[in-house]
Each structure stands twice: as structure tokens, then as C-alpha cells.
Design a protein around this ligand. Structure first.
Ligand SMILES: C[S@@+](CC[C@H](N)C(=O)[O-])C[C@H]1O[C@@H](n2cnc3c(N)ncnc32)[C@H](O)[C@@H]1O
Length: 309
């Protein structure tokens, strides 16, 4: 299954087998030292991360009952569990027969794990071997490491070398780096300049090489006009991007941007994707009517959901 990937439940074996390769040497060291394991009751040494640590149970609800592994970067990068769970159920509702999901920047496995709870084959890519290790460990704690395959590598390189195209993915998801917590410094987030490792147009093009169904998790202050332009440039003048503003506990967490026919009529899917109450609000809706996914211009439509938690 996915020759270029390592099965998450076999990373120890892979690290031992390829121990002469530098990245596997690092992986072996991490495994041997049980590195990055969180002691949930002990505040972190790094004071700057305290506010993230205080919210640790939002990131992984199993943090008190199972072993969770996090690097410093992951504290502010992992998708909170309720949001990741909502998205995974949403994708399942939109693509009920789907089997294979690719999570391009898998980080600590926040999204990968929730996808694996819904789909039988989930592939995670990240250029940090530490994060690949954390995803493997965390997925084990959630009992889904048998459904996850991982690959370390730079997204640009993997796509240009066509290293991932031997698998037919039903959906490609990515939560790319937003450039750290500073992403809110300006009113509008420039999706061409500040998104890593490439701007929105190139990123969309690269995702679409692998599946017609694409989702990205982007900053809440993303420039929607850039999103429209990228959509039309890559997919043609009549193409649409659905934008779902996601709130947790009344706080706007980010936006899910979706391309692909299966995401066009998602009213039904949002109802199916969340077992708790989902409410739509219009207070921060940029333009459009309450509760309706409204086309606000040629390139995008906007909706807003509050995941009560
Ligand atoms: C926002 S985090 C993803 C968090 C993840 N969704 C989760 O819930 O744990 C972004 C990830 O992208 C990875 N990354 C950054 N640049 C990359 C690149 N060029 N290729 C692959 N991964 C990259 C980082 O190592 C980081 O783990």
C-alpha cells in the first residue's frame, strides 16, 4: 500500500531497517528516547507556549489518558480536535464512498487522525521527521495507526518529482504553515506572499495534480479576492471556491476553502458531519445572507459555522 510511504504502525521497523540513512537515524533516536512525549499535568518550560498548553485538551482530548507527542511548533500548529473531527465527518458526508485522503502538511496528526477515524487509507506528508514521528505516535494513541501511511519530504519536491501520484486520492487536504502566530498582525492575510511553502495559486495547482477535490485550512483574515483570482486562474473563469468560516466557542479559528463538485451543495453534509448542534451566524459573514452558502462573487461563496464546544 503506497510504496513510497511508511505504515504508521511500522515506523520503528522502518527506522531500524534504514538506519544508515540520516533521516531514519534521527527517527530511530526519537523512538529510542521516546522524545517529545507530553506530561499533561506539567506546564511546559517554554513560557511563550503556556496559553497553548492551557488549551491542550482542545488539541487532543486524549492528552490525559493516552501518550501524546508534540514539538514546540506543534503547540500552535495542530488543528484542534473538534475542528479536525468536524472536517473529517464533513468530507465523509460529501464523499461517502471515498477511501483515500492525503493530508499534505500532517504536523502532529490532528487532521490525519480524524480522517483515519472516517476513512480506511490516510496518507500524511510533512518535511519534518519530528512531526512525522509525532503523527505516528499520536495515531497509535488514537488506535488508527493501522490506517495511516506517512512520508517525510518537502511538498514542492514530492510534487515535482511525482512521488505521490501512484495513488488515486479522493481528496487532498492541507493545513499549510501560516507563518506562526504573527499571521494576525495585518488586517488582511496575503495568500500569495505569506503562505508557506508557496503562494495560494501554486499551492492549489499542486494539490489539483493529485485530486479534483481539494480542501485547505487557511487564516480567518485571508484575502478572499486573492482566493477568487487563484481559483479562476487555475480552474477557469466559472470555477468556484466554497469558503467555510469555522468558529469554536465563538472564536473564529480559520477558514476551510474547498474546490470540487462534491463540495458544492454542502448543507446536507454539515448537518451529517456534526453530531452536536451546528449553528450558522451572520455577524461576521463578510457578505451574504444568514445560514445560506451564498455566492458573493464569481469565484467564491461564503458560509459560516460555529462548532459549539
Ligand atoms: C500548520 S502545521 C499542520 C498541522 C496539522 N494539520 C495538525 O493538525 O497537526 C504545518 C506543517 O507543515 C509542515 N511543513 C512546512 N513546510 C513544509 C513543506 N515545504 N513540505 C512539507 N511539509 C511542510 C510543518 O513541518 C508543519 O508540521
Amino acid at each position: 500500500m503506497g510504496k513510497t510511504f511508511i505504515h504508521a504502525s511500522k515506523i520503528k521497523h522502518a527506522a531500524r531497517k534504514r538506519k544508515h540513512h540520516s533521516k531514519y537515524k534521527t527517527l530511530k533516536k526519537l523512538i529510542d528516547n521516546d522524545a517529545y512525549k507530553i506530561e499533561p499535568s506539567k506546564p511546559l518550560h517554554n513560557g511563550k507556549l503556556f496559553k497553548y498548553w492551557k488549551n491542550r485538551r482542545r488539541l487532543f482530548t486524549k492528552i490525559d489518558s493516552a501518550s501524546i507527542y508534540m514539538t514546540d511548533e506543534l503547540w500552535f500548529s495542530v488543528t484542534p480536535e473538534r475542528i479536525a473531527c468536524f472536517l473529517a465527518k464533513f468530507v465523509k458526508a460529501c464523499i461517502p464512498d471515498g477511501e483515500r485522503i492525503l493530508d499534505v502538511f500532517c504536523g502532529g496528526g490532528g487532521n490525519t487522525i480524524q480522517f483515519a477515524l472516517q476513512f480506511p487509507y490516510v496518507y500524511g506528508v510533512d518535511y519534518s521527521i519530528e512531526h512525522i514521528y509525532c503523527t505516528a505516535k499520536n495515531s497509535r494513541s488514537y488506535g488508527v495507526d493501522d490506517r495511516i501511511w506517512l512520508k517525510q519530504g518537502s511538498w514542492k519536491r514530492l510534487v515535482s518529482k511525482e512521488k505521490l501520484s501512484n495513488i488515486k486520492y479522493d481528496c487532498v487536504f492541507g493545513s499549510p504553515p501560516w507563518g506562526g502566530p504573527e499571521y494576525l498582525r495585518s488586517d488582511v492575510y496575503d495568500l500569495e506572499q505569506h503562505l508557506k511553502p508557496m503562494g495560494i495559486t501554486k499551492m492549489l495547482r499542486s494539490f489539483l495534480k493529485l485530486s479534483p477535490n481539494v480542501i485547505m485550512f487557511l487564516p480567518r483574515n485571508s484575502d478572499l479576492d486573492q482566493l477568487s483570482r487563484a481559483t479562476r486562474k487555475v480552474l477557469g473563469p466559472f470555477a468556484k471556491c466554497k469558503v467555510l468560516y469555522v468558529k469554536e466557542n465563538g472564536y473564529m479559528k480559520g477558514i476551510f476553502c474547498m474546490w470540487g463538485e462534491c463540495f458544492s451543495n454542502y448543507e446536507q453534509a454539515t448537518q451529517e458531519s456534526n453530531s452536536t448542534e451546528l449553528s450558522s451566524e451572520n455577524e461576521e459573514l463578510p457578505r451574504g445572507k444568514k445560514g445560506e452558502p451564498t455566492v458573493v462573487n464569481e469565484g467564491k461563496s461564503v458560509d459560516i459555522y460555529d462548532i459549539n464546544g
